[in-house]
Design a protein around this ligand. Structure first.
Ligand code: DX5
Ligand code: ZN
Length: 213
């Protein structure tokens, strides 16, 4: 089995010191950086946009794992790709009728593609796209805010995706991940864990990252 990919969500980092925070989680052993983009429409919160990705790209070589919680993701693939995102994950609910087109746009931009589903979306709805994407992001909280409680039912989507996916598809979970819920997800077949408040709220990031594996 491959090593679990840890992707700290900078939503819970100190925004006044992002460069320092990103370097600290890299030193702590994290492989990716999770960037939560929210537009105040698809979700009720507003967070990070293209300029922040551009700035982060200059100060880190970690994989920039970009989670687009936005309406109309199609319009934003190119700007985020050009800013330096490595993975572009969009929400199925935001574009159910144009999923294939968006995946093609991400591929054409030379980036890895991810499709994400909210807690109320049935995992079986995205089965037709599993051989077209690099990653599936299963939300284990309602998207919009950090620090929410893990929804156990959502983790049961992991085996549904795994059973229907090509072997190299990365299954990622996001929301309420800590040293206990991480084990539930990896034992069900998750390859990548997003964690925000657990890592950035810990006084020792290295210990936090280690305890997730
Ligand atoms: C929620 C975001 C998450 C969030 C996770 O909408 O997609 O990435 O930052 O935060 P925690 O790990 O605190 O639940
Ligand atoms: Zn996220």
């Amino acid at each position: 089995m491959n090593r679990t990919i840890i992707s700290p969500s900078i939503l819970s980092a100190d925004f006044a010191n992002l460069e320092k925070e990103v370097k600290a989680v890299k030193n702590a052993g994290a492989e990716w950086i999770h960037i939560d983009v929210m537009d105040g429409h698809f979700v009720p919160n507003i967070t990070i946009g293209v300029p922040v990705v551009k700035s982060l790209r200059k100060v880190t070589d970690l994989i920039l794992d970009t989670h687009l919680m936005i309406e109309n993701p199609k319009e934003y693939i190119k700007p985020f790709a050009e800013a330096g995102s490595d993975i572009l994950t969009f929400h199925y609910e935001a574009c159910a009728d144009s999923v294939s087109d968006i995946i093609s746009r991400i591929k054409d931009a030379g980036k890895r593609s991810g499709i994400s589903i909210k807690p109320k979306t049935d995992a079986r709805e995205i089965i037709p796209f599993l051989d077209k994407v690099d990653l599936v992001l299963i939300m284990t909280v309602e998207p919009g805010f950090g620090g929410q409680e893990f929804m156990h039912d959502c983790a049961m989507k992991i085996p549904v995706i795994r059973e229907n996916a090509p072997e190299n598809l990365i299954i990622q979970v996001d929301g309420g991940i800590n040293n206990i819920t991480s084990k539930i997800c990896t034992s069900l077949g998750a390859d990548s864990l997003v964690a925000g408040s657990y890592i950035f709220g810990h006084k020792d990031y290295e210990l936090a990252v280690k305890s997730l594996r």
